[in-house]
Design a protein around this ligand. Structure first.
Ligand code: ZN
Length: 1045
């Protein structure tokens, strides 16, 4: 047992003064994303929440922080060899969990009200990240994070009983680096004493609907690493804190559990769900967040906050609020203390009835509050003092105290109750009838794609940095660095960034951050490619290949194509490049000519070169391309609207030009399927509700969408390496449906925009697939790109739904895939970014690809989603798979992996100088000596310290998902000599976010009503076996080979 046993918890002083009061209350508006507040309080306490660290445990963690970049510059004792390490892990569990030892004392026989002073600092929303940090443009929103932190630290120092939590490390780390040594020491002391506590600790508070799990893990890793390196285990958050995201995914809870969090707090859930929970005393439960992982691996204690994240009515004492402060002087005509105390006691008692223990929590703060922290703390001091004085004065049974979410959680844990279990998720979120927050699943599709593409690019950058070693950072192209893109990607995960719910100028700034992050990664990748290939080329990164622009390939007579494959298995990848009107000769890395095609694009009369590249695992292949003289491309044009390869055939209706039928030739499956584009007319409010469709909310003004066009102008292109049907639906909507040889999916590349709004109607454009499949109201969507959840139309698994929006109320986030099945056949659509999706009639499946709206939806952003500029015009891809149900996962899992970690194409003019003279240049390279099995995804390979790497491997199949190739079975990996570029000398396993060594991580135990606790050690420890959907993340110490083999 390694259940926590905190020792010598500090004593807090009993309360002294008393008072009473009265006054008027203002109310924070529920649902509205604006600073809310109103109220009163009183009381003070002067005792030190001292350092009660058990002797012998040093700051910096029970078992030390995970090694930092800098720590490797100093000599350290070597890590024990691998075999010894595993023995050590099992034999020496941490005796206590950090984070609870400094919690305040409570009164077990009373109702304890835990006041949690906090600020919610969006990492961009109405203002950019920098504008928020420095407090610029306060005319847009009064908000300056640097002043908030200055002010809070001063107020904490003024009274040792006061506590505060901070969350967003993107802001905190920036502030920290601007402080003097003296201030940093003071803050370290506050953290050590538990007076300043970090909750969540990610770089941002990430969105849960439109984020991919890989990017969530990366952003949490970045924030938690800063805390671990700066404060050691004292700064390690014990609770996850997602008070503002607009609905909650099951995968997020699973990730948090595997990062080692003890509990999870959030504020927003469906209004009907909340009511049912309050009545059934289920505001707090254990969330069983994986159907594949053995409990309690993905179990997470989850608490729904009583008032979202606002203070109770009438008790907001920020400078942004209008509630009356405590006036305890009875001679004052403004005297209100008695009334305020009475009000508070009633609130606390009523709220306490909705929860199961003798503890309840009040969130004392809101958006960008505490810029003048003294206003808050002075009144909270009085509140505590005056309310607790009632215990002596008239036998009140309410005890109020400064606390934190972790300390509240600790008391719940000690209550030793049996908790009910939740197995589904918290989507979609509605804050009232007709008010479904399902629009942001699709808002700003261009930004959503740019974010996903940047994830791909960052992983390639990280891998090349790991494979090439220090040569990647300093080389012939200058200083390369993956950190700026890593930080930009972390910022993009914020719940107003990739979600598409920020103002336009903020969205533009997010895109700027990504773009600036790409540049040092390009330098890094150039250095690495030169190092690994031995060739110093003038590398070019054509960022506009999706719109057929690349100056090098369009003008040069000869050039080189370097294709890097970030997967742990070799790929056969169709390269497609814009070229001039010629025929080209393509040679593979061995100098052999490979088949190629030049295809004319009917809509633009431009040409694209196609050839298939074979690229080894975690490596590259270099192809050379040269023009052939005096020939122009010959394409065959055909009338018969059928395209096919050895696996698939797609037929089109000759009258309408629409897709009509899809056939899987391999599995002998035939499915009539019609695909077309439609649009919903966005509601601007009606007699049922004034709610309009906007950046957050989706609300069509009728349930049936309108055709963009009932038919398409078509053009068939057949070449040896591709068959395409080009469909033109309207001036602003077109599509190419294509098949490449050996491809098991149909690719639909759509182009939508600018959506016309001259008619005064906002439009929400969908792509819809209609089949005759008997789907019984069911469809399936992924959770953050990982596990799959079953969805049932007009139904919620845990309460009886009163459906008010038959379309919007059935929309769910689709991060990577959505499918329908009749139990025999399965039609799956993979997406290239997050989108909203649904199945509104049996056999049908739809995805929202673009939206342009003319009204604001009144959730605070204050702008209609009617962007000007590049986001008006959006291109994307849907990959359609038709399979037998039992074999579908093998197709969609592996294809989705390749979508997220697609090969990266780098171009070069060719003829560059030899870079490393000691050996011949190479045109092909693999970082792996053997391929990974198909069920294993290499999620992260990144530099951690000078001589350490972070490696994350995961099993990407769920229980029972694949019956054909047995990919749903556990696998065992042998890492010995796996990598060609370096030798692993030592390794240590960590938790998912790499901020704790796995062997010493422990979590609080919770008993569920489904059975007894299953042991405190929730992390699997059996070496490198990968169970279903299991992870392994390991820090490696390595020695780089001078020249990789
Ligand atoms: Zn927020």
């Amino acid at each position: 047992m390694d259940l926590v046993t905190p020792r010598a918890r500090p004593r807090l002083c009993p309360l002294a003064k008393s008072g009473s009061g009265g006054g008027a209350f203002t109310r924070p508006r529920p649902g509205r994303r604006t600073p809310g507040g109103g109220g009163r309080g009183g009381g003070g306490c002067r005792a030190m929440a001292g350092d009660a660290r058990p002797s012998g445990v040093r700051a910096g963690g029970c078992w030390g922080a995970v090694e930092s970049r800098t720590s490797f510059r100093a000599p350290r004792p070597p890590l024990p060899p691998l075999s010894f390490l595993f023995v050590l892990f099992l034999a020496a569990p941490c005796a206590w969990a950090a984070g609870y030892k400094t919690c305040p004392k409570v009164k077990p026989d009373m109702l304890n009200v835990h006041l949690v002073p906090h600020t919610h600092d969006d990492v961009g929303w109405l203002k950019t990240v920098d504008q928020y940090f420095y407090g610029i443009y306060n005319n847009i929103q009064q908000a300056g994070v640097q002043y908030i932190l200055d002010s809070v630290i001063s107020s904490l120092l003024a009274d040792p009983t006061r506590r505060f939590i901070y969350v967003e490390i993107a802001f905190f780390s920036r502030w920290w680096h601007q402080q003097t040594d003296a201030t940093q020491k003071i803050v370290r002391d506050l953290v050590r004493q538990g007076r300043l506590e970090f909750a969540n600790g990610g770089w941002v508070m990430n969105d849960e609907a439109t984020t991919h799990y890989g990017a969530i893990i990366d952003q949490m890793t970045l924030g938690l690493r800063f805390l671990e390196e700066t404060f050691g285990s004292d700064g390690r958050p014990r609770v996850a804190w997602h008070i503002d995201p607009f609905g909650h995914s099951r995968e997020q809870a699973s990730l948090f559990a595997q990062m080692g969090f003890d509990g999870f707090f959030f504020g927003r859930l469906d209004y009907q769900d909340k009511k049912v929970r309050e009545t059934a005393l289920q505001m707090e439960q254990v969330w069983r967040a994986s159907a594949s992982l053995k409990p309690p691996t993905a179990d997470l204690f989850t608490s729904v906050l009583p008032n979202m994240y606002s203070p109770p009515e009438g008790l907001c004492w920020d400078m942004l609020c209008a509630d009356k402060p405590f006036v305890e002087d009875v001679r004052s005509p403004e005297y209100n203390a008695k009334e305020l105390v009475h009000h508070f006691l009633k609130l606390a008692t009523d709220q306490g009835k909705l929860y199961r223990t003798k503890h309840t929590v009040m969130t004392m703060g809101s958006d960008f509050q505490y810029e003048n922290a003294n206003m808050w703390f002075k009144n909270l001091d009085k509140l505590i003092q005056l309310v607790n004085a009632q215990q002596q004065a008239n036998g009140s049974r309410v005890n109020v105290l400064y606390s934190t979410p972790a300390c509240y959680l600790w008391e719940l844990n000690k209550a030793k109750l049996n908790w009910s279990v939740k197995k589904d998720d918290f989507f979609p979120y509605a804050d009232g009838p007709h008010m479904f927050w399902t629009g942001y699943f699709s808002s700003r599709p261009a930004l959503k794609r740019y974010e996903r593409l940047s994830y791909n690019f960052l992983q390639v950058c990280n891998q090349l940095e790991a494979l090439a070693g220090p040569a990647a950072n300093v080389g012939p192209y200058g200083s390369g660095d993956s950190a700026p893109l890593n930080e930009a990607m972390a910022v993009l995960q914020h719940h107003d960034a990739v979600s598409g719910t920020s103002r336009q100028h903020v969205a533009d700034d997010y895109a700027r951050q990504l773009s600036e992050g790409w540049r040092p990664c390009q330098v890094l990748m150039s250095n690495a490619l030169a190092h690994l290939s031995g060739l110093k080329e003038d590398f070019a990164f054509c960022r506009k290949l999706n719109i057929s622009i690349c100056p090098l390939t369009q003008t040069a007579e000869r050039f080189q194509v370097i294709v890097y494959n970030p997967l742990g298995r070799k790929v056969d990848w169709m390269v497609r490049l814009p070229v001039s009107k010629h025929v080209y000769l393509v040679r593979d890395p061995g100098g052999k000519t490979v088949p190629s095609d030049v295809v004319t694009i009917p809509s633009s009369d431009s040409q694209e070169l196609l050839f298939s590249a074979l690229v080894p695992a975690l490596g590259f292949s270099i192809y050379s391309v040269s023009q052939m003289p005096d020939q122009s491309p010959q394409n065959s044009w055909s009338r018969d609207l059928v395209i096919q390869n050895e696996y698939l055939r797609a037929r089109f209706d000759p009258d309408t030009g629409l897709l009509m039928e899809l056939e899987n030739l391999e599995q002998n499956l035939l499915l009539p399927v019609r695909q077309a584009f439609y649009w919903y007319n966005a509601s601007t409010g009606n007699n049922l509700s004034s709610q309009a469709s906007g950046a957050y909310i989706f609300r069509p003004n009728r349930n049936k969408p309108l055709f963009v066009s009932r038919w398409a102008q078509t053009h068939l292109v057949k070449a040896s390496l591709v068959q395409e049907v080009h469909q033109n639906f309207s001036a602003w909507c077109s599509q190419v449906i294509r098949l490449y040889p050996r491809q098991r999916h149909l690719e639909l590349e759509w182009t939508v925009g600018p959506i016309p709004v001259g008619d005064g109607w906002g439009k929400e454009v969908i792509s819809r697939f209609d089949t005759g499949l008997a789907t019984g109201g069911l469809f399936y969507t992924d959770s953050n790109g990982r596990e799959i959840l079953e969805r049932r139309r007009d139904y919620r698994p845990t309460w009886k739904l009163n459906q008010t929006e038959p379309v919007a109320g059935n929309y769910y986030p689709v991060n990577s895939r959505i499918y329908i099945t009749d139990g025999n056949m399965q039609l799956t659509v993979l997406t290239d970014r997050s989108q909203g999706g649904s199945s509104l009639t049996d056999g049908s499946l739809e995805l929202m690809v673009h939206r342009r709206l003319l009204k604001d939806d009144e959730r605070g952003v204050g702008e209609p989603l009617n962007s000007e500029g590049s986001g008006l015009w959006v291109r994307g891809r849907h990959l359609v798979l038709l399979d037998k149900k039992g074999t579908a996962a093998a197709s969609h899992r592996l294809q989705a992996e390749m979508e997220v970690l697609a090969p990266q194409v780098v171009l070069a003019p060719g003829g560059g100088a030899r870079y490393r003279l000691e050996r011949a240049p190479r045109t092909q390279f693999s970082g792996l000596r053997r391929e990974l099995p198909p069920s294993v995804r290499l999620l992260t390979l990144a530099r951690w310290g000078r001589e350490t790497l972070l490696l994350r491997l995961e099993h990407q199949f769920a229980v029972g998902e694949d019956s054909g190739r047995n990919l749903s079975s556990p696998v065992t990996l042998d890492l010995t000599n796996l990598f060609s570029a370096f030798t692993i000398t030592h390794l240590r396993e960590t938790t998912l976010a790499a901020n704790q060594f796995l062997a010493y991580a422990s979590r609080l135990q919770w008993t569920t009503d489904t059975g007894p606790p299953l042991g405190a050690r929730i992390f699997p420890t059996q070496g490198l076996n990968l169970g279903l959907l299991h992870w392994r993340q390991t820090l490696y110490r390595l020695s780089h080979r001078g020249s990789p083999e």
